[in-house]
Design a protein around this ligand. Structure first.
Ligand code: 0X9
Ligand code: ZN
Length: 499
C-alpha cells in the first residue's frame, strides 16, 4: 500500500512552456527581466525555455522577442503525475520504481545504515530553515583517505537528481563486496547528501510541484546562488521574487551553511558532484565567469570523460562545458568547493536533454529513473576511481604515503609525482591531466574482464548496461595510470579570493 500523499495543489492552469529565441546577450537580459520561470538556457543554438503564467503573456508579447509555445498547459501533466504518484509501489518494496517523498528518502537512508553497519553511516548535515534535518550518508567512512562528495536537491523540483543520488549510494553499497568496489571503498569515503533543500523538496511534493528555491519568507532563496565565491555577481539576482535570488548575504541560509560546514569539516574531500536537472551536461568551474579556472585542463578533460561515461550506458549524449558558458551562475556550490577548497567539482545536469512536446523537463516518467541511475553510476564510478589517487593534505601528512588503486596489480600504479602534486590542498596543487587516450579507453571499454556484467544487485536499475558497472572502476584505474603530470595549479589563495 502506498503511503498517504498530499498531492500538490498549486494550479498551473494556463501555464505554458515557451522556447524563446535569444540572439544576443541583450535578448537574454530582456527575457530575464520579464521574470519568467526559466527552465533551460543554452548557447547553441541560442534558446531559452521558460514557464509563462497567464498574466505574463502581454508582457512577453510586448517585449518583441520571438518565441514558440512548446507546452500550452502544464496543469494536465502535473495532475497526471500526482495521480500516478498516489498509486505507486510502496517505498520499502521497490524504492526506485518511482519518485520518493522526503520522508521516504530519510527512511531509506536510515534503513541503509541499519542494514549495513560498519559500511554505511547516516548523519545529520544540519537543519533547514523550517527545522527539517538535512540527512547525509557516509559510505566506508574514514578521514584518513580521500572522499568524494555527491549532493542533490538544492533545487526542489529536480526530483530525478535526488533519485540519482539515492541509487548511486545504493549501488556502491550493493556492490561493496565485489573485489574492485571493496578495494575502492578501502581507499575512498563516499559522502552523499540527497536533499540539500528539504523544505523546498517537501513543498514541491505537497504544494507547488515546480518550486525551486528554499522556503525563506515565502519567496525563497536559490541555494545555488548563496555560496560565497563570486556571490552577487552575474547570473544571480537581488530580487527576492526571482528564481535565482541570491539571498541577503553569502551563506545567509541554514542549508548552505550546513553543506559549507560539512565540507569545511572534511578536508579530505577531493571531488564533488552537485546533481541537478536538466540538460544532459557536465559543467565545470568556473560557473560565474567565462575566464578559465586555474585547473581548467584537468577539469575540462575530466568533464569530457564524465560526460562520456554518462552517455555510455544508454547512448544518451551528455555534453561537457564550462558552467558559465551554459550561463553564468555566480555563487553556485561547485564554484565554492573548487574555489575555496580546491575540490574537483562538477554539476551534472541529468535527463532530459531538453523540453520537448511530450517531455516536460522536471516532470519525468518513472521509467527514466533506472536509466538516469545507470548513467549517474557510470560517471560516479569513474570519478571515484580517479579520486582514490588524490592525496588530501592531512595533519602531519606529508602527502608522500602511497595509495593503492582499486584492482591494482602492483605494477604501474600512481607515480610519486602524482602523489606529490596532489598532496597540499590550497597550495599549487596539480590536478594531473587526462589524456586523449582516456576517452578512447572508455570507448573500447577496457573492461571485458568485468565480473559484474549486467544489472547491479539491489539498485533497481535496468541491467541494460552493456558492460558491468565495476568495469567503470577498472576504466577509471586505466585512466589514472595514463594521466600525465600537469603543471597547472589548483586555485591559489589569490585567485580563490574572488567573492
Ligand atoms: O542554475 C543552476 O543553478 C543550475 N542549473 S538548473 O537548471 N539545475 O537550475 C546550473 C548551475 C551550474 N552553473 C552554471 N550554469 N554556471
Ligand atoms: Zn538545479
Amino acid at each position: 500500500m502506498a503511503p498517504a500523499l498530499a498531492l500538490a495543489s498549486a494550479p498551473y492552469d494556463g501555464h505554458a512552456l515557451v522556447r524563446v529565441q535569444v540572439d544576443t546577450p541583450d535578448d537574454v537580459l530582456e527575457v530575464q527581466g520579464l521574470e519568467l520561470d526559466i527552465w533551460d538556457e543554452r548557447p547553441g543554438p541560442p534558446a531559452l525555455v521558460a514557464r509563462v503564467r497567464p498574466e505574463q503573456w502581454p508582457m512577453l508579447d510586448a517585449s518583441g522577442v520571438d518565441y514558440e509555445v512548446v507546452v500550452f498547459d502544464l496543469q494536465p501533466r502535473i495532475d497526471a503525475e500526482a495521480l500516478r504518484l498516489a498509486e505507486r509501489p510502496a517505498s520499502n518494496e521497490e524504492f526506485l520504481a518511482d519518485f520518493r517523498t522526503l520522508d521516504e528518502i530519510d527512511a531509506r537512508i536510515d534503513a541503509m545504515a541499519t542494514d549495513h553497519p560498519g559500511l554505511v553511516e547516516a548523519f545529520d548535515v544540519g537543519l533547514s530553515l523550517e527545522g527539517r534535518p538535512i540527512r547525509g550518508l557516509k559510505i566506508a567512512s574514514g578521514d584518513d583517505k580521500p572522499a568524494m562528495l555527491i549532493n542533490a536537491g538544492q533545487h526542489a523540483r529536480e526530483w530525478i537528481a535526488v533519485m540519482a543520488s539515492m541509487c548511486a549510494a545504493e549501488s556502491f553499497v550493493a556492490r561493496a563486496e565485489e573485489p574492485a568496489v571493496a578495494s575502492l571503498l578501502e581507499q575512498l569515503e563516499i559522502i552523499v547528501v540527497p536533499v540539500v533543500n528539504p523544505d523546498g523538496y517537501a513543498y514541491s511534493w505537497e504544494v507547488e510541484r515546480l518550486w525551486r528555491k528554499n522556503r525563506r519568507d515565502g519567496h525563497g532563496v536559490d541555494l545555488n546562488r548563496n555560496f560565497s565565491v563570486a556571490w552577487g555577481a552575474e547570473g544571480s539576482s537581488g530580487n527576492p521574487e526571482a528564481g535565482n535570488y541570491r539571498g541577503e548575504a553569502p551563506f545567509s541560509e541554514p542549508e548552505t551553511v550546513a553543506v559549507r560546514d560539512l565540507v569545511d569539516a572534511n578536508p579530505h574531500i577531493v571531488s564533488h558532484v552537485d546533481l541537478h536537472s536538466f540538460g544532459q551536461l557536465v559543467l565545470y568551474p568556473w560557473g560565474f565567469t567565462d575566464e578559465p579556472a586555474p585547473a581548467v585542463q584537468t577539469l575540462a578533460a575530466l568533464a569530457t570523460d564524465l560526460a562520456d561515461a554518462l552517455g555510455f550506458p544508454h547512448e544518451a549524449q551528455h555534453t561537457p562545458l564550462q558552467g558559465a558558458l551554459f550561463y553564468p551562475a555566480a555563487g553556485n556550490m561547485p564554484d565554492w568547493t573548487y574555489g575555496e577548497h580546491g575540490v574537483f567539482a562538477f554539476t551534472f545536469e541529468l535527463r532530459p536533454d531538453e523540453v520537448e512536446v511530450f517531455d516536460t523537463g522536471f516532470v519525468l516518467p518513472p521509467t527514466e529513473i533506472p536509466l538516469v541511475c545507470d548513467e549517474t553510476i557510470a560517471a560516479l564510478d569513474l570519478l571515484a576511481a580517479w579520486s582514490v589517487d588524490r592525496r588530501p593534505a592531512m595533519p602531519g601528512d606529508d602527502g608522500a604515503a602511497s595509495t593503492t588503486s582499486p584492482g591494482d596489480t602492483g605494477e604501474g600504479s600512481s607515480s610519486t609525482g602524482d602523489i606529490e602534486a596532489t598532496s597540499a590542498r590550497g597550495t599549487s596543487d596539480d590536478g594531473g591531466e587526462t589524456t586523449a587516450e582516456t576517452t578512447t579507453e572508455h570507448d573500447d571499454g577496457a573492461s571485458t574482464d568485468s565480473p559484474a556484467d549486467g544489472a547491479p544487485q539491489g539498485c533497481g536499475c535496468t541491467g541494460a548496461v552493456p558492460q558491468g558497472r565495476t568495469a567503470w572502476v577498472l576504466v577509471g584505474l586505466a585512466f589514472i595510470r595514463r594521466r600525465r603530470k600537469s603543471d597547472e595549479a589548483r586555485p591559489s589563495p589569490a585567485t580563490r579570493d574572488i567573492a
